[in-house]
Design a binder for this molecule. Structure first.
Ligand code: UD1
Length: 419
């Protein structure tokens, strides 16, 4: 297994280009299942999760050609309606095939994802919504089996604003009979982008980006030609990298509107953030201010930036209270940060981070995608050498992160570990 070795203490400087958004590319690629013909999805990042989608689309019978970050998908002929356990296990977002397959073919079988490092993450709200649209849902040997002659529009209220649930239901409703209203829908930028792409395909989706999305079903959709937006979480991770190393980095391609909560918290921590035509320039503070954050659904502070922001707060001048409101059990990075000298106490879903003078490099282990990023950030600021193992988590969501950081002056390399 590969590991990443970082010699910390260098200030990052220069310019880095943000890749296409993983969490947008995933639903967009699954949306290709809704229409026959040749779709084109461009600016798709090169990541393990994307390889998983490619595999899954092929298993279902789609023809996929991948060239320089651009996907040509032809899903005219669907051979199978089953997302197998092996793939769903490595990527929970595989459940997003449920809506499109059910809407287009009236049948889908998707393995239940099971537990994962950041809490139970159930899909009950996806299923409840599909049932409200007339689907018959059964559990069969660890699989969800969903059937419907033709989905019917319905009024669906989400108990929680679920991102995946909103996406699955939007895709299902696009081909349903009648109008679907999703209330308390998630408002993440990825939802808005999916709605735009669906509308390019001939769907009638309105209100995406607000908490009420109205979808008027149509009989048929056409293929899309769409380029994926920049990854706000990758951009945010580089912003924190600039701040934690007291560097000066231009993050090119980022859309500032997607990161308002993070920008405001980084400014509060003393970073200087300048908005230019090409992106955001982040200058790290000399003294890092300790600030409190609470994660919440968009436009709140993103849970996907909590671990990285915590790495920054370990070096704050005072005490920071970090509250995780979206996922249970999303403090797996804390033990590893403590091994590097961080002073963090967890109580329930709150972490109290007392800033320390410096972090010390150590061998640490990645436990999930964003936790890995947080350890890399801590390693960039720490004295001596940090070795991050189990970095396959990192490769699920960050494109060439070590190359990009090296380009900014970091001393970071990937080495192969004997199996
Ligand atoms: C997506 C993102 C993930 C991000 C998360 C929250 C993708 C591929 N992943 O995940 O990176 O961290 O949004 O911003 O886009 N819940 C239920 N029942 C359900 C569905 C969700 O209780 O049926 C709960 C979850 O356990 C969680 C909360 O709702 O506590 C939010 O989850 P959700 O928004 O669905 O996250 P994902 O779509 O899985």
């Amino acid at each position: 297994m590969d590991k990443i070795i970082i010699h910390g203490g260098r200030r990052l400087k220069g310019e880095v280009q943000v890749s296409g958004a993983k969490n947008s590319a995933l639903p967009l690629l699954f949306a290709t299942l809704l229409a026959s013909g040749k779709h084109r999805v461009a600016n798709v990042p090169h990541l393990r999760d994307i390889n998983t989608v490619e595999k899954l689309l092929r298993i279902l019978g789609a023809d996929v050609v991948r060239e320089n970050g651009s996907f040509a998908v032809d899903a005219s002929e669907i051979r199978s309606v089953e997302a197998p356990y092996d793939l769903v296990r490595t990527m929970r977002a595989s459940v997003l095939v449920l809506g499109p397959l059910l809407a287009r073919l009236g049948h889908a079988r998707v393995s239940l994802p099971g537990g994962c490092a950041i809490g139970a993450r159930p899909i009950g709200l996806h299923l409840k919504g599909l049932e409200a649209m007339g689907a018959k849902i059964a559990l069969d040997h660890g699989y969800v089996e969903a059937r419907a002659k033709r989905l019917q529009g319905a009024r669906i209220y989400f108990d929680l604003p679920t991102v995946g649930g909103t996406e699955n239901l939007m895709m299902a409703a696009a081909l349903a009979k009648g109008t679907t209203v999703l209330e308390n829908a998630a408002r993440e930028p990825e939802i808005l982008e999916l709605a735009e792409a669906l509308n390019k395909m001939g769907a009638r989706v309105e209100g995406a980006g607000s908490d009420t999305v109205v979808i008027e079903g149509v009989d048929e959709l056409r293929p899309m030609d769409h380029a994926v937006m920049p990854d706000r979480i990758e951009a945010g991770t580089f912003m924190v990298a600039a701040a934690i190393t007291r560097g000066d980095v231009l993050i090119a391609g980022v859309i500032p509107d997607h990161l308002e909560a993070l920008i405001s918290k980084l400014k509060e921590a003393g970073a200087e953030i300048l908005e230019g035509e090409r992106g955001l320039r982040v200058k790290g503070p000399r003294k890092i201010g300790s600030v409190n954050i609470k994660t919440n659904p968009h436009p709140g502070f993103p849970t996907d930036m909590q671990a990285q922001f915590m790495a920054l707060m370990t070096l704050g001048a005072g005490t920071s209270i970090i509250t995780e409101n979206v996922f249970e059990n999303r403090f797996m990075h804390v033990c590893e940060l403590q091994r590097m000298g961080a002073d963090i106490v967890i109580e329930g879903h709150t972490a109290t981070v007392k800033g320390v003078k410096g972090l010390l490099g150590a061998p640490v282990m990645a436990t999930d995608l964003r936790a890995s990023a947080s350890l890399i950030l801590a390693g960039l600021a720490a004295d001596n050498t940090t070795e991050v193992s189990r970095i396959y988590h990192l490769d699920r969501g960050y494109e060439r992160i070590e190359d990009k950081l090296r380009g900014l002056g970091a001393s970071i390399e990937r080495v192969k570990e004997p199996m």
